[in-house]
Design a protein around this ligand. Structure first.
Ligand code: AMP
Length: 722
């Protein structure tokens, strides 16, 4: 063989051959590292030292660096989150819907599910029981054996693309094992499972966060979900995330007859599969497994919130099918809620953004159902009284899985001497203004326009489209203005100087590293819009002020009756509740709002700043105002004309009549349709004249009372048997 022919192997040159061995070495290193990663993260049984592992990894990195032509995104070296911008997670449509599971909250409900399966199939088939891992659902797509996409469940149909982050999770194989590939029947596979954070890692993470002054995660589930959705994959990589895989979107894509075989296959393909599984044929076995899991729950290194029972056979799963929400072939047996006792250190009051004041139990932190509980809502004053809890009590805290913790009551024998019953304070803890409790409501509210706790929402509402419609003055800008203490209440918007507004920092840095400001163009637009808003109708102002129960339509109705601030403010509670469509509760809410000293001050400032606060009513009345000074009340159904109450009221108002909602001595006439009830009786009792529908129709023809009263079907007072 000549020298020349020796260098040519299979048509390649000598350097090609050298490359071939480099490629082989790289490939062998990759497989070797994958196996060690699996041993370490999945089996929890490393067979080589960390130092030896690092050495293999370093050799692979060096070879890949020297031979960029062999780069491969599935290489174990690529787990290091690169500088990929994941600031926005793009949407991913799942191959098939990621369903939720129906719950069985007791063994009876679990039995009822098995009854349903049995009656649908004619027998109870083989079932697979798995732990219900309390993490976040994850979907992994493999194309030709390589991980190409990872997504969250999202709404079940569309999730978020978290591929870059999931690539950093060590127990997720970046490619399937050779063994796994032998049973794959389709080029693309979507595999599903749960991503979670072990309890211990959660604790460590929270301790670290605490030491750095950062806020803590409430439980391992939140920590896992939060770590998965990090903008910087390096952060995700630094968190101890693990997975358990247990499902496939399309079972026909692999060689497996059911769930049990699927789990076997997942294991062989390199995935982390939870070993705590049980194949059962009897109800008693299912129950025994659930009971044993419940007992072992606290000792497991990760959180579980139940057991998932699945019909094993894929064929039978297909027969049973799905409801709109969940598969019929599976059920989640949820563990009963956990209860713990702890000390109630204090009861504080939290002011919500709408002014609702909620008593909150400040507890000695206690671990309940897998998460630390330090606070729990007590809902309202009545609830505190009903539960009879006092500061210093030993209280019972209950939490069921992801349910909000709840205080059940206290242990009487442990109540300290001299403890006092708790009452809601009279003043808002945020602004000191008097709290209001509306009739029929359990909640106390702060109705002050000046309350910092409510400021943001109030300000955003003021600028919103249906209110003052101040284009450009959005959520974020308002937040910045509030943070800088530039704006406290809606009147402050009108003191803003355009030049100052232009320099408002937006809390971001641009590419050049300079702080981003609002800018002259935006500032000028907002200034114009603010000026324009002063001329808008009173009904918009009224809606914009955010009075409880006063929506857009109610504001318009009010302004029809009282077309200016003066007119509205002069109305008594009784008068307000007499306005058509304004009930007692609304009237009360409006009156308390208008009487609040802080609100009086803000409204006065708005007026000083140029607000007109008048309503432009529809065109001047074309009808003669023959009914001016008369007050009508409508009751019953107008069957002959088919007119609605408000159409009938409008027809009367065209002639200058006033229409109110309740009958009093001041009522001039009550119009009674079919099935009129108490208002009719009240009219009779008070001697208020009544008109029947025919008379009413005669009345609204020309606005003439004479014509109405003389109309054929009515007597003098329109009385008629109904
Ligand atoms: P839920 O969110 O309460 O409706 O429960 C359904 C969720 O349980 C699924 O979306 C999965 O994320 C989760 N889950 C945890 N472990 C399992 C398991 N072994 N089998 C199926 N789903 C599970």
């Amino acid at each position: 063989m000549s020298e020349a022919s020796k260098t040519i192997i299979g048509g390649d040159t000598a350097s090609d051959q050298a490359n071939l061995s480099v490629r082989e070495r790289i490939e062998r290193l990759r497989r070797e590292i994958e196996q060690h990663t699996y041993n370490y993260y999945v089996l929890d049984a490393p067979v080589i030292s960390d130092a030896a592992f690092d050495s293999l990894m370093r050799e692979l990195q060096e070879l890949e660096r020297a031979h960029p032509e062999f780069q491969d995104p599935s290489s174990p070296t690529q787990r290091v989150g690169g500088a990929v911008d994941t600031s926005q997670f793009s949407a991913v449509v799942h191959e098939s819907r990621m369903y939720s599971l129906d719950n069985a909250m007791s063994f009876e409900e679990l039995d009822a599910w098995m009854d349903r399966v049995e009656s649908a199939l004619g027998y109870l088939p083989e079932l697979v029981c798995e732990l219900k891992i309390d993490g976040s659902s994850l979907a992994l797509t493999f194309q030709d054996g390589r991980l190409v996409r990872a997504a969250t469940r999202g709404d079940g149909t569309t999730g978020e693309d978290v591929t870059v982050n999931v690539r950093t999770v060590h127990d997720v194989p970046l490619r399937l094992t050779e063994e796994g590939l032998t049973k794959v029947l389709a080029p693309s596979l979507e595999l599903r499972g749960e991503i979670y954070m072990p309890k211990l890692s959660f604790k460590t993470l929270n301790e670290q966060n605490h030491a750095q002054g950062k806020s803590a995660f409430a439980n391992p589930r939140n920590a896992a979900a939060g770590s998965l959705r990090q903008k910087d994959p390096k952060v995700t990589k630094s968190r101890d995330l693990r997975t358990f895989m247990y499902a496939i979107a399309d079972e026909s894509a692999i060689e497996a007859a059911g769930q049990w075989e699927l789990l076997e296959w997942l294991k062989s393909a390199g995935f982390h599969v939870n070993p705590d599984v049980c194949r059962c044929t009897k109800r008693s076995e299912v129950r025994a497994f659930c009971e044993s899991c419940l007992k072992r729950r606290a000792d497991l290194p990760y959180d579980i919130d139940g057991v998932v029972v699945k019909v094993d056979s894929f064929a039978l799963q297909g027969e049973l099918g799905f409801t709109a929400r969940a598969p019929r072939w599976a059920i989640a047996y949820k563990f009963p809620p956990e209860e713990k006792t702890t000390l109630l250190r204090d009861i504080t009051v939290q002011v919500g953004r709408t002014g609702a004041c909620t008593p909150v139990a400040e507890l000695e932190p206690v671990l309940v159902a897998g998460s630390v509980v330090a606070r729990a809502t007590l809902h309202n004053e009545d609830e505190v009284a009903r539960k009879d809890v006092r500061v210093g009590d030993t209280v019972i805290v209950r939490k069921a899985g992801d349910v909000i913790p709840e205080i059940l009551g206290h242990i009487p024998s442990l109540r300290p001497e001299g403890s006092q019953a708790w009452f809601m304070p009279h003043e808002c803890p945020s602004c000191g203004s008097p709290l209001v409790r509306e009739e029929g409501e359990a909640v106390y509210r702060c109705v002050s326009l000046d309350c910092p706790a409510q400021a943001h929402e109030r300000l955003v509402h003021w600028a919103s489209r249906d209110a003052l419609d101040i284009e450009g003055l959005g959520d974020e800008i308002i937040q910045r203005l509030l943070e800088r203490g530039i704006v406290h209440d809606v009147a402050d918007f009108y003191l803003l100087e355009e030049a100052d507004l232009a320099l408002l920092p937006m809390g971001r840095i641009n590419k050049e590293g300079e702080p981003v400001v609002l800018g002259a163009k935006n500032a000028s637009k907002i200034a114009q819009q603010l000026a324009l808003s002063k001329t808008k109708d009173f009904s918009r102002v009224l809606f914009g002020l955010g009075i409880r129960h006063v929506g857009k339509t109610t504001a318009q109705v009010l302004c029809e009756a009282y077309p200016s601030y003066e007119a509205l403010n002069a109305a008594t509670l009784e008068e307000l509740s007499g306005v058509e469509r304004i009930g007692q509760v609304m009237a009360q809410s409006i009156r308390s709002f208008l009487d609040n000293p802080d609100n009086i001050r803000v409204i006065a400032r708005l007026r000083d700043l140029g607000f007109e606060m008048t309503e432009t009513l529809p065109d001047a009345p074309a009808r003669p105002q023959t009914l001016a000074g008369l007050t009508f009340v409508l009751t019953g159904t107008l069957v002959e004309s088919g007119m609605s109450r408000s159409q009938a009221a409008d027809a009367l108002k065209e002639f200058g009549a006033k229409v109110t909602g309740s009958v009093s001595k001041k009522t001039s006439y009550v119009v009674c349709g079919m099935d009129a009830g108490s208002k009719h009786e009240k009219a009779l009792a008070l001697g208020v004249p009544v008109l029947n529908e025919a008379q009413f129709l005669a009345l609204i023809r020309r606005g003439s009372l004479e014509e109405a009263l003389a109309s054929a079907e009515g007597g003098l007072f329109g009385e008629r048997e109904r």
